[in-house]
Design a protein around this ligand. Structure first.
Ligand code: BTN
Length: 229
């Protein structure tokens, strides 16, 4: 078995980029190994889900992880859930605020969006070639203008806390959590991750699609104590 190499062992720091996800994808196409972390002070064309823009002024945390997870294609959507849990636990540990997940991958504070996750992958048949997990967090950003391309209101940690927190400290917490959970796959680890994700879900009127059916298969394995088998 290959020895585990920490995700984030190599950091590529950019003052400005169109999108850290674009940058990470180009790196991989040019042979980058798993574990690189692309980080930018600001993005000029940050991308969100469903073709939305992710407005990315200075003050936010914009990062993408280069991953080659040992997962079958049908389990790929779980990477987003793992990331959501890693980020929300980091935010909660640093701020003592209560964070929630809005299906499938928005993180909310006080009902407003503070973080979005964009997971992009390349697959060849049943094999996963790579995954790029992009994370955008409104940390010290001014919220003016952030709402422009969102279906519901945005917030930032600074707006809620009333003071700034260091992006680098938040980054460190996120990466510690991410590595802790990433090491657990493939295998039994998913149950623990899904349990944590489920505890934080913001609303249950989610659309039924493949990922949630897949999740429900997991979640329905609960025993009487509510534990996942
Ligand atoms: C969403 O909620 O729609 C997902 C937003 C994801 C934004 C991050 S910021 C870092 C990475 N680079 C991008 O262009 N997008 C993701």
């Amino acid at each position: 078995m290959k020895p585990y190499r920490e995700i984030g062992h190599k950091i590529i720091w950019l003052e400005e980029v169109d999108s850290t996800n674009n940058y990470a994808r180009k790196l991989i196409e040019n042979g980058e190994e798993e574990g690189a972390l692309v980080l930018a002070r600001k993005q000029t064309q940050g991308r969100g889900r469903e073709g939305r823009n992710w407005i990315s002024p200075e003050g936010g945390l914009y990062m993408s992880l280069v991953l080659k997870p040992p997962l079958p294609v049908k389990e790929l959507s779980l990477m987003t859930l793992l990331t959501a849990v890693a980020v929300l636990e980091a935010i909660e540990d640093l701020t003592l605020l209560k964070c929630q997940v809005k299906w499938p991958n928005d993180l909310l504070l006080e009902g407003k969006k503070v973080c979005g996750i964009l997971t992009e992958s390349k697959v060849m048949g049943e094999a996963v070639e790579y995954v790029v997990v992009g994370i955008g967090i409104n940390v010290n950003s001014s919220i003016e203008g952030l709402n422009a391309d969102l279906p519901y209101p945005a917030t930032s940690l600074k707006e809620i806390l009333g003071f700034e927190i260091e992006n680098s400290i938040l980054l460190k917490e996120i990466m510690q959590n991410f590595n802790k959970y990433y090491k657990l796959i493939p295998g039994e680890g998913w149950s623990a991750i899904l349990k944590k994700w489920k505890e934080r879900i913001y609303q249950t009127d989610i659309e039924i699609g493949e990922p949630i059916i897949y999740l429900q298969n997991y979640l329905s394995m609960e025993n009487e104590e509510g534990e996942l088998a």
